[in-house]
Design a protein around this ligand. Structure first.
Ligand code: IPE
Ligand code: IPE
Ligand code: MG
Length: 244
């Protein structure tokens, strides 16, 4: 779809959910669902950046997802290890910088951590847009980690309390990103599941019943059309003359 004349959100975030149910519905394994989800992610990423969105955050693996069976966690870690590089290469060619939000530490396998660091290093000069992949990510964890970074600086006398502001707080998060304008969650669940709690404060939210592996570019277009009908007030009022 042509986005000319439409309001385009600067930062879009997607909770990719429903891979397992998509597979179950088709008599396939959960792993096959994750594989299908990953191919849809590749297509969507290219499409989203081609439409003028500057920042895209995607929830790939939460801190809580380690509760899943060893088999499923291993499959996903293996998928990240073998597929992230080629995914990043496609994105890199478009001038997009790739960053990872989440704790780059155990229980994430060393190999996955290394690949994440390589990709960040390899794309760090890119300026066209930012792809933020959330892996071993939790919103609580991110805020706690930011608090620790700040306390350490204060303890060392490198930062004063007055210097901590709403304007610069995001600097201490996993990645310093602009606020999220539009959040999409697939699969029919209407919750945040510990995703980007700080950055979502004024985001418009869109919940689709479609399972992620079926959430294609047309579904994304529908979401953008819904976003265009929203009236973002940020605590203000729409019409200055209305309430007197
Ligand atoms: C989302 O799909 C992918 C990850 C959380 C890694 P799910 O695996 O949660 O799929 P459902 O929700 O069980 O269908
Ligand atoms: C959220 O999906 C995490 C990711 C999409 C990576 P979940 O499937 O883990 O969320 P819950 O458990 O249904 O809340
Ligand atoms: Mg799920």
């Amino acid at each position: 779809m042509n986005y000319e004349g439409l309001k385009i959100p600067n930062h879009v975030a997607i909770i990719m959910d429903g891979n397992g149910r998509w597979a179950k519905e088709r008599g396939m394994t959960r792993s096959e669902g994750h594989k299908a989800g990953f191919s849809m992610l590749k297509k969507l990423t290219e499409y989203i950046f081609s439409r003028g969105i500057k920042v895209l955050s995607v929830y790939a693996f939460s801190t809580e997802n380690f509760k899943r069976s060893k088999q499923e966690v291993n499959f996903l870690m293996n998928l990240f290890e073998t597929k992230f590089k080629e995914y990043a290469d496609i994105v890199k060619k478009k001038g997009i910088r790739v960053v990872f939000s989440g704790k780059k530490a155990s229980p994430l396998p060393d190999k996955v951590i290394r690949i994440m660091q390589e990709i960040e290093e390899d794309t760090k000069e890119n300026k066209v847009g930012i792809l933020n992949l959330c892996v071993n990510y939790g919103g609580h964890l991110e805020i706690v980690e930011a608090t620790k970074k700040i306390c350490k600086l204060v303890q060392e006398g490198k930062l004063s309390l007055e210097e901590i502001t709403e304007e610069n707080f995001s600097h201490y998060l996993f990645q310093d990103l602009p606020p999220i304008d539009f959040m999409i969650r697939t699969s029919g669940e209407i919750r945040i599941s510990n995703f980007m709690l700080y950055q979502l404060s004024y985001a418009e939210m869109y919940f689709s019943k479609v399972y992620f592996p079926s959430f294609d570019c047309q579904c994304f277009d529908d979401a953008i059309l819904a976003y265009n009908k929203r009236n973002r007030r940020f605590g203000g009022i729409q019409d200055e003359n209305e309430n007197n």
